[in-house]
Design a protein around this ligand. Structure first.
Ligand SMILES: [Zn+2]
Length: 410
């Protein structure tokens, strides 16, 4: 073969090869067939962008927590913009492959400020005048949302009417967008696997599934779309024992061939002393989910989460932790994650920016695979293997700092 012909062939092969993530360079754009899950680091709560194998997009939460005490972690990249704005800028970059970046779906796990955004005095009003711009409403104002899912639509009345300022603001956003912009809003229904589906090329990726697991104490049985009620009827329990907002969080399992991922919002698994056993939501949820490759820690790894049954049942190769408080994670949670009695084999834990106090008080926390940065999970076409890419969050460089894997799916 002539030398020029050989070079042309080489160039073609390089083009055909999938762009690699290399430390020190900008993170590669999403590519068709790949499943990307970006855990965005703002220091103010949870926000995750999912880019599904055919390019369908899903935003899960967009928190903007207001309180700032010494317990809280610093803003990322810094405090010059509110978290919702940083999230929008991150989304636009991560969706740069799309001619018109948009969110096909947004899912709110539960009605707390670190997942949807709080309203403070300085929170700006939307030009519509109907709501204020914070967290999820900021994201939805900047990028068109196709379908919005939450645990309450349309009446937001369980276990009692949700009337705090943050939830009222979110509800005003959903209502206005539904009436004026054609936003579809649906209540997240446990057991179903047709509320989040591939919209661009479902026929190419038949081994993809988004399964709703639980919400409001209703949990999938694992059979068909059947569910059962884990919480007793409200009229049979004392008001002080009513389900908390965290207990009502939505949970889901996403599958791509042999790869499975779990997100349970802020569900707890360890009831406070003296509380009824059914305050443990993790156990029935874990039974429905089974083993997964990767999972985000419930309730940010706080004191009431990651019970032994959940850890032993999910037994993921990689755990993700979204941090905004010095209790993320607590020492006992960390011990359970590390326990090879609960499940054998290696595992890695990746955290967004850990609090300096946590580094001091949690024994062994230095074993974290990564303790700062955006966490990007990249699942190869077909789901057979995955990598974890850490992206610098101290600026908007979008620079890769570390790459982990590939890990095989089981
Ligand atoms: Zn939370």
């Amino acid at each position: 073969m002539k030398r020029t012909g050989f070079l042309v062939l080489l160039a073609a092969a390089a083009l055909a090869a999938r762009a690699e993530d290399v430390a020190g360079r900008e993170i590669a754009p999403w590519q068709p067939g790949t499943l990307d899950i970006h855990q965005i680091s703002t220091g103010r709560g949870n926000a995750a962008l999912y880019i599904l194998p055919d390019g369908t997009t899903l935003l899960v939460d967009a928190g903007e927590q207001a309180r700032k005490t010494p317990r809280h972690t610093p803003d990322r990249p810094d405090g010059t913009r509110p978290a919702g704005e940083w999230i929008v800028r991150y989304l636009r970059h991560a969706l740069r492959h799309a001619p018109q970046p948009a969110l096909d779906y947004a899912l709110l796990t539960h009605f707390h400020g670190d997942h949807m955004g709080v309203v403070a005095e300085e929170t700006p009003a939307s030009p519509t005048g109907a709501y204020r711009l914070t967290g999820l409403t900021r994201a939805g104002e900047s990028l068109r949302i196709g379908k919005l899912l939450d645990r309450g639509w349309p009446d937001y009345s369980y276990p009692s009417p949700l009337e705090d300022s943050a939830t009222r603001n979110y509800r005003a956003f959903a209502k206005w967008q539904a009436e004026h912009k054609g936003l579809k809003v649906e209540r997240f229904t446990p057991g179903r696997n047709d509320q989040v589906v591939l919209l661009r090329a479902p026929e190419k990726y038949r081994n993809f599934e988004f399964r709703n697991i639980g919400a409001n104490g209703e949990i999938w049985t694992g059979v068909g779309t059947n569910t059962r009620h884990h919480f007793p009827a409200l009229e049979t329990i004392a008001r002080a024992d009513w389900p908390s907002e965290n207990m009502c969080s939505t949970s889901f399992r996403l599958s791509y061939g042999p790869f499975d991922y779990f997100n349970g919002g802020d569900i707890p698994g360890i009831p406070a002393e003296g509380s009824p056993d059914w305050h443990d939501v993790e156990t029935p949820v874990a039974k429905a989910v089974g083993p997964v490759e990767a999972a985000i820690l419930n309730h940010h790894g706080y004191i009431d989460s990651q019970n032994a049954f959940l850890v032993a049942t999910l037994r993921p190769r990689v755990w993700f932790l979204s941090v905004w408080d010095s209790g993320h994670p607590t020492g006992r949670v960390w011990q359970r994650l590390q326990s090879t009695r609960l499940y054998p084999g290696p595992r890695e834990v990746f955290a967004t920016d850990l609090h300096s106090a946590t580094r001091v008080v949690v024994n062994g926390i230095e074993k974290l695979a990564s303790d700062r940065g955006h966490i990007v999970l990249r699942v190869s076409p077909g789901g057979g293997e995955f990598r974890v890419v850490i992206v610098d969050d101290s600026s908007e460089s979008r620079r890769v700092t570390k790459v982990f894997g590939p890990y095989p799916s089981r």
